[in-house]
Write a protein that binds this ligand. Structure first.
Ligand code: CO
Ligand code: CO
Length: 303
């Protein structure tokens, strides 16, 4: 099960009767508040374990900071990370710090999973419904924040969402059983749908009416307030997508890189209601955003 044929969220190493999941992620600050930066980073780093249906056990800190930065700022970043790792039921077992002009923080996380229950981002079946947790548009809002159109106060709910662990959503996913799963991060909703479709040898349809988006995001997207990376994601998607009625606003939203986004799951339609109920019982929002279709592998259609 160890290999690079598909881009799984975490590496999987079979050790005895357990699948060991290994992952690493690091980030430059997406918010000014050092504590929030720490916990969002940790939630995002832990997410790849949850995307695969695993349980996080240990984490190691990776820290790069300018030595001019006050020690208490660095301490707050690490505190944010430590609090999230504790909430995940895991422990920080070490780490490494270097001097760097631009601050960066990340974690390398180890988790475990029953080998028969590892959720991969391939293996979806024709007719599966696509279910997503957490609203999208976070990249656009982070850009609005950088441009002074929003404040950390006005985005408090969005910051909480970024810092929110995908743990409960993952537990719901494992309880019900899905055919494929991943987390929505740097390639935007559609980039991750594309990866799942291509790897599963299927096409996919996205239903705009089902996609949950944060308030104000459509307006910002229409004004082209978006991360620079969105342009690259759209250009990449253009090769195999029928955008349908999606205008500039929806293109910007569907391709919007997410920081610590939710889970994306392909579930048998007969189990979709059970998945939505399980998510609700775990205190998570879920919405049906599309379906897997027969046809050219990796081809996407927006409706
Ligand atoms: Co991932
Ligand atoms: Co990752």
């Amino acid at each position: 099960m160890a290999g690079f044929e598909t881009s799984d969220d975490a590496a999987v190493y079979l050790l005895g009767d357990q699948a060991v999941l290994l992952t690493v992620d690091f980030f430059t600050p997406m918010v000014d508040d050092p504590y929030d930066f720490g916990r969002i980073t940790a939630a995002n780093s832990l997410s790849d374990i949850y995307a695969m249906g695993g349980r996080a056990l240990t984490a190691m800190n990776l820290l790069a900071m300018p030595c001019s930065l006050p020690a208490e700022v660095v301490a707050q970043v690490l505190q944010g990370g430590a609090d999230k790792v504790r909430e995940a039921g895991a422990v920080i077992v070490g780490g490494h710090t270097i001097d760097d002009k631009e601050p960066k923080y990340g974690l390398s996380v180890m988790g475990v999973c029953d080998p028969d229950k590892v959720v991969r981002n391939v293996g979806a079946r024709e007719g599966d419904l696509l279910v997503m947790t957490k609203r999208i548009g976070v990249g656009i809002l982070n850009t609005a924040l950088k441009q002074g159109l929003e404040t950390e106060e006005s985005l408090a709910e969005v910051i909480e969402s970024m810092a929110h662990l995908n743990r409960a959503a993952s537990e719901a996913m494992v309880e019900v059983g899905v055919n494929a799963g991943t987390d929505i991060t740097g390639f935007g909703l559609l980039g991750h749908v594309r990866e799942m479709a291509l790897g599963s040898g299927l096409g996919a349809e996205i239903d705009l009416s089902g996609v949950a988006v944060w308030p104000n995001v459509m307006e910002y997207a229409a004004q082209m307030v978006r991360p620079g990376r969105t342009t690259d994601v759209i250009r990449f998607l253009n090769e195999f997508i029928d955008w349908g009625s999606a205008g500039q606003d929806w293109k910007g939203v569907l391709a919007d890189p997410q920081t610590s986004g939710g889970l994306l799951m392909a579930v048998d339609p007969a189990k979709a209601d059970a998945l939505l109920s399980a998510l609700e019982e775990h205190g998570e929002d879920g919405c049906i955003v599309g379906r897997m279709t027969a046809g050219e592998p990796g081809r996407l259609v927006v409706r």
